[in-house]
Design a protein around this ligand. Structure first.
Ligand code: BGC
Length: 785
């Protein structure tokens, strides 16, 4: 296809994409000053009346029952081996179930609760619906890489519709843990290292899951997790200890939780990790002081899986009874799987170790969620709602669009005068090599929801469809974790025989990513590095597609392979999304939401770091010359400081230029900004308008994620050299220039000061409008008294 035709097709697609996604600025009310309550969907006087009336009728045992949650099919409680729950439910001893098999089983259990139990209280039915239910969307790290909250909201909406049709009314999602360490397997489940982007994503998920009203039959309650600090597990080892100052909690780790709750999330999950010496599932500071007293969250705190029982392993309780006492008194309402509330809570209340008021309040929170979901009126799920057929076109379109927008192009060098990507339409012979080229199972990533076999389309299937089987020479080149010499030889032969090589390499989602999927070596597993080097040695133009749940440390690849595209785990539409992108029908527009390290020793590595005393860099990750004259600077003697690719980075098939930003005022008053912050945080009042011109200087249309960063100097506590405060996806035709405008509210200049109060202080401010976190020219201005 001629470049003109591609150009025209791209223009149409970009237009469609524009119509599809909204380019509104994301909400900014994610750093609450103290005492500013979240806008909860549960704060409803009508619900409160019903809750109180019901509570009055409940016995102690029935109250405890509302706080007990079991996973169906899992033997629960040390030594109990219990898996059947009907009798317990009928006796009012169970409040919630999860991992229920299907809608029929949901309705049967619901029948036990509603028809047989004395007070007819329905069950809350949950599941880990993480990135889709039947329609598997890209993994959350990929969804975040879209920088497109509206598409994430749509993906979550589809998940809610499908899950609720199967009787699931509660999902343990979104995971909003900030993480700066790609060794941690669960980095795949979150939105990366930035609290602003993380908050925007958190809100999008909650809106999508909970819909316009929780009471609608197709809404499901959200559960942001894991509160809090779990993503900071020391050395990236899952479940490990965390140590995070109050300032850092408030500035980096709390905001996405606040955002999710302020968007109306009905529940939240307490984490496994020890935080500043106290396990998060018994941490009164985070669960009561912050969550209840400051944010005034009226919803349910669910413990993570057996995290109450694990208080004994942590060493803050010597038996299960004490663990239960510590957990409920700290603020955990519901016991997931530990069986400790069932065993001990009634006795703890009778003996006065847990007050009647504490118990009642926990029960109120559970009941509020059930009333808000409309479960008392409609406990059963209409079994005819479930789609047992093929996935509908609309869901597939969202899955495909989300996948396309999540792909991050890291490198696209010229080979013989042309960038390797997009591939020419007239391409004759392609060698498709690698263990992930035709691996439908892995496309789902970790947490596959209720994906069905045969739904996912692989790269091989789509490429073959596009080019015809005769033009695609496929050689697996081995498995993810191993390969034979013969497989590698076969792959090299296929490469030698082709015009272009596509290599599909990466991780095994099930064993190397997600929960308990931490890795100490972020390389290509098995013999894939060897395969890569031998194939690259053929000298054929090569595209490396990385399937992974995290950045992989591959300096060799970034030096020697001309084109590298990160696919993450793209979900059910992996093949079509990749082929559309490889051939230029939809240019890649994803951007990194985590800094991509150059070497293991740099981890933890994150863009929004504080400046050291030596040197004071322009960005915290600026490279310092290894052999610079001054030895006594913050650097490694054997590695640069900067990442391989910075946060916010991603190429496409065109180039963009940015002007230095203009600002609407050269001087702002801290006093006035503070007044505004307290009066109207989030109401959208503009404190400063920032504009920059962005030009598409290349030959094809594409979207650019235009990012705005703020840096403050001269403040009472050190602030990040630059921190993301706004972003917009902007479509630009070839040659087009657009003035991009950001209306910043006072929150953009607020931070947690030395008294741990959210304030705007007199300072020197810098603003960048740039394509990533490491480039752009700043405009400086003064925030005076
Ligand atoms: C995970 C949670 C999950 C829960 C229920 C735990 O092991 O940490 O993220 O929601 O299990 O399946």
């Amino acid at each position: 296809m001629s470049s003109k035709k591609i150009c025209c097709r791209l223009a149409i697609l970009v237009f469609l994409a524009t119509a599809f996604s909204s380019f509104a600025q994301t909400p900014q009310r994610d750093a609450p000053f103290r005492g500013q309550p979240v806008r909860s969907s549960l704060a409803d006087p009508a619900i409160e009346q019903k809750v109180n009336a019901l509570l009055k009728q409940m016995t102690l045992e029935e109250k405890v029952g509302q706080l007990v949650q079991y996973s169906v099919g899992t033997a629960t409680g040390p030594g109990t081996g219990r898996t059947g729950y009907s009798e317990m439910i009928a006796g009012g001893q169970v409040g919630a179930l999860f991992n229920v098999e299907n809608v029929q089983q949901v309705n049967r259990f619901q029948h036990d609760a509603v028809e047989k139990s004395r007070l007819h209280i329905p069950l809350l039915i949950g599941l880990d619906v993480i990135h889709g239910y039947r329609t598997t969307m890209p993994v959350p790290l990929a969804l975040a890489s879209t920088w497109d909250p509206p598409i994430v909201e749509r993906a979550a909406r589809i998940a809610a519709q499908e899950a609720s049709a199967d009787g699931v009314r509660w999902t343990f999602s979104p995971m909003v843990d900030i993480t700066r360490d790609p060794r941690w397997g669960r980095i795949i489940e979150g939105a990366g290292e930035d609290p602003y982007l993380g908050s925007a994503m958190a809100r999008a998920y909650v809106r999508g899951y909970q819909g316009k009203s929780l009471a609608a039959a197709d809404s499901i309650a959200a559960c942001p997790k894991h509160y809090v600090g779990y993503g900071a597990a020391e050395a990236g080892r899952d479940y490990n200890t965390t140590e995070i100052s109050e300032h850092t909690l408030r500035e980096f780790y709390f905001p996405p939780f606040y955002a999710a709750l302020d968007e109306g999330s009905a529940t939240i999950m307490s984490a496994f990790n020890t935080l500043n010496g106290v396990p998060a599932s018994a941490n009164a500071f985070t669960l009561t002081q912050i969550l209840r007293k400051e944010w005034r969250f009226p919803g349910l705190v669910d413990s993570d899986w057996t995290s109450l029982g694990e208080l004994v392993a942590h060493g803050i309780a010597n038996d299960g009874k004490t663990a239960a006492e510590k957990a409920i008194n700290a603020g955990v309402d519901m016991d997931m799987e530990s069986n400790l509330y069932h065993e001990h809570l009634a006795e703890l209340v009778k003996s006065g170790k847990v007050s009647q008021g504490t118990l009642d309040e926990a029960v109120r929170r559970a009941l509020r969620v059930k009333f808000a979901l409309g479960l008392f009126e409609k406990p059963y799920t209409d079994e005819s709602r479930k789609n047992n057929g093929a996935l509908p076109a609309e869901s597939l379109e969202i899955a495909r669009t989300a996948a396309q927008r999540s792909l991050v192009l890291l490198k696209n060098d010229q080979v013989t005068g042309h960038s390797v990507l997009p591939l020419g339409q007239g391409l004759q012979k392609v060698a498709l090599i690698g263990p992930l080229a035709d691996d439908a199972g892995n496309m789902a990533g970790s947490w596959a929801g209720r994906a069905e076999q045969g739904d996912a389309i692989t790269l091989k299937a789509s490429l073959t469809q596009k080019l015809g089987a005769a033009n695609v020479k496929y050689a697996k080149g081995g498995d993810i974790k191993n390969a034979t010499d013969a497989q590698i030889t076969e792959a090299v032969a296929a490469a030698n025989d082709a015009d272009v090589v596509i290599l599909a390499l990466g991780e095994d989602a099930g064993t190397m990513t997600g929960e308990a999927g931490s890795r100490a070596h972020l390389d290509l597993p098995g013999r894939q590095q060897e395969l890569l080097e031998k194939v690259a040695a053929t000298g054929k133009p090569t595209v490396l597609i990385l399937f992974s749940g995290r950045p992989l440390i591959l300096p060799w690849a970034f030096q020697h392979v001309p084109a590298v595209l990160v696919a993450w785990f793209p979900g059910v539409q992996a093949g079509p999304a990749l082929v559309n992108t490889l051939f230029g029908e939809t240019p890649p527009t994803g951007k990194l939401v985590v800094s991509w390290p150059h070497a293991m020793g740099q981890i933890p590595l994150y863009y929004n770091a504080l400046s050291t005393g030596r040197p004071a860099p322009k960005t915290a990750l600026t490279n310092v010359p290894l052999n610079g004259e001054d030895k006594y600077v913050s650097r490694y003697v054997d590695e640069q400081n900067g990442p391989q690719f910075p946060f916010g980075y991603g190429l496409t098939y065109t180039q963009f230029s940015f002007t230095k930003p203009d600002i609407s005022a050269a001087h702002l008053s801290a006093r006035k900004l503070n007044e505004e912050l307290r009066k109207s945080a989030g109401s959208g009042k503009t404190a400063l308008t920032v504009t920059a011109s962005v030009t598409n200087t290349g030959k094809v249309a594409a979207e650019e994620v235009v990012q705005l960063y703020v840096g403050l100097r001269g403040t009472s506590v050190e602030e990040p050299v630059r921190a993301l405060k706004a972003f917009q996806r902007v479509p630009l035709a070839a040659g087009e220039t657009k003035k991009v405008t950001f209306d910043l509210g006072s929150e953009a200049f607020a931070f947690w000061n030395i008294q741990n109060e959210l304030e705007i202080e007199p300072s020197k401010a810098n603003i960048w409008v740039s394509p990533d976190s490491a480039s752009g020219e700043a405009v400086e201005f003064e925030i005076g008294e």
